[in-house]
Design a protein around this ligand. Sequence first.
Ligand SMILES: *[C@@H]1O[C@H](CO)[C@@H](O)[C@H](O)[C@H]1NC(C)=O
Ligand SMILES: *[C@@H]1O[C@H](CO)[C@@H](O)[C@H](O)[C@H]1NC(C)=O
Ligand SMILES: *[C@@H]1O[C@H](CO)[C@@H](O)[C@H](O)[C@H]1NC(C)=O
Ligand SMILES: *[C@@H]1O[C@H](CO)[C@@H](O)[C@H](O)[C@H]1NC(C)=O
Ligand SMILES: CC(=O)N[C@H]1CO[C@H](CO)[C@@H](O)[C@@H]1O
Length: 398
Amino acid sequence: MFPVIISASTLTLFLSFAIPFDIAKAAAPPSYAIWAADSGIARGQGNGLVNGIPGVSYEHGEFQWALRLLYESTGNKSYFDYIKLGADTILSDDGRTLAAYNVSEYQLDHLRVGPTFLYLYDKTGDEKYKASADVLRAQLDTHPRTVEGQFWHKQRYPNQGWLDGVYMGDVFYAFYTSRFESKNQTAWADVNLQLSLMFNHTIQLPSDANYTGLLYHGYDASFSTVWASPDRGHSPEVWDRAVGWYFMALVDLLEFVPPTQELHKTALKQLHALAPKLIEQADPAWWLVITEPGREGNYYESSGAAMFVYSLLKAVRLGFLDDAGGRIVAAAKAAYEYMLDHWVTDNGDGTMSWQGTVHVGSLDQDGSFQYYISQSVDTDDLKGLAAFVLASIEHEKL
Ligand SMILES: *[C@@H]1O[C@H](CO)[C@@H](O)[C@H](O)[C@H]1NC(C)=O
Ligand SMILES: *[C@@H]1O[C@H](CO)[C@@H](O)[C@H](O)[C@H]1NC(C)=O
Ligand SMILES: *[C@@H]1O[C@H](CO)[C@@H](O)[C@H](O)[C@H]1NC(C)=O
Ligand SMILES: *[C@@H]1O[C@H](CO)[C@@H](O)[C@H](O)[C@H]1NC(C)=O
Ligand SMILES: CC(=O)N[C@H]1CO[C@H](CO)[C@@H](O)[C@@H]1O
């Protein structure tokens, strides 16, 4: 009798743990990528309207990139239709006028919708989308640059290169070049220059305080900004999302830039230098200010983590990173589990929400630790949600 009683109580104990686990399992959707994308679409996110008014938005560009990949993997045309709706909302009938776009602001951010137009042109053959891509491409012909040739992040940030700009502007520049000017060596060399300058000016050196081997958020070639370091002009901290944009840019570029181009070699070299450093900082997610782990006020931020998981898994899948030993995939998987546990919430109406994304991190103030941690943390911020769709697409390919 005695052993039976023991096993009965063991069974009860087991069940009391097993039930919540089973419920959690039952609630897990077949695809987080689809759940997150559909939730964003249900909320009208990325539909071409910014605060209710048509306008170019890099966040929409990022989401459209994710929806394109989801359309390709699911064949569900709703995603394609939503991309087109978002583009058509901001374009005139001939594609030559983009809502809330002013070339004289010279914002690299605005170029991030460019890949969407190129994609729609390829899919529909509609010249309207070629015309709108041409409008954005023309911005680069007169875009202000540093003495060495780096695009300014914006007209109002003279001589400043920000990591963000590589994802916003240079991926489009290269995408356009690969599609329409694949023999234009001047253009290829120019994108290569953008990546080389950005990396050389922002890479942390082993002698730097709080060394991580990653990239500072930006640099000022004129050394005149309040945050420019006296030695190299870089900003003081490594901010997770800036590095996230940069990683996504490297891996997306590697996918379509011909391996014969110097640009491909540069991106690969940079990826190889940065990826091991990024893995070292995974804990299992990443601090908002990566240079200050554990400092009071710092926290794990969700958009950067999602961008890193997408980039690392995609780089391994495409063979750009050698994961002998499995360390990279293991780190990405652990970070992804952390994301599901901490940042995905079920709204109970069929949609999910995405938590923990810092609203903004700009170099228009002092670039200090205090600045980064003082910015608001949002629910359903599209910069983070889109990155989570991307991370989930890659995770579901494992
Ligand atoms: C396609 O996606 C839409 C939402 O974006 C969804 O409502 C619909 O059920 C999906 N269709 C299929 C066949 O999965
Ligand atoms: C476009 O941007 C420039 C530079 O910021 C500004 O001077 C000009 O007034 C803007 N034009 C319009 C129509 O808003
Ligand atoms: C090649 O690229 C350069 C740099 O972007 C540009 O100035 C030039 O117009 C391009 N040439 C052609 C033929 O498209
Ligand atoms: C960047 O640094 C590398 C390594 O020192 C060097 O080979 C390359 O020429 C530099 N590129 C630029 C544009 O400064
Ligand atoms: C977390 C940490 O180690 N922060 C250090 C970063 O560098 C500054 C300057 O050397 C130190 O004061 C911080 O303690």
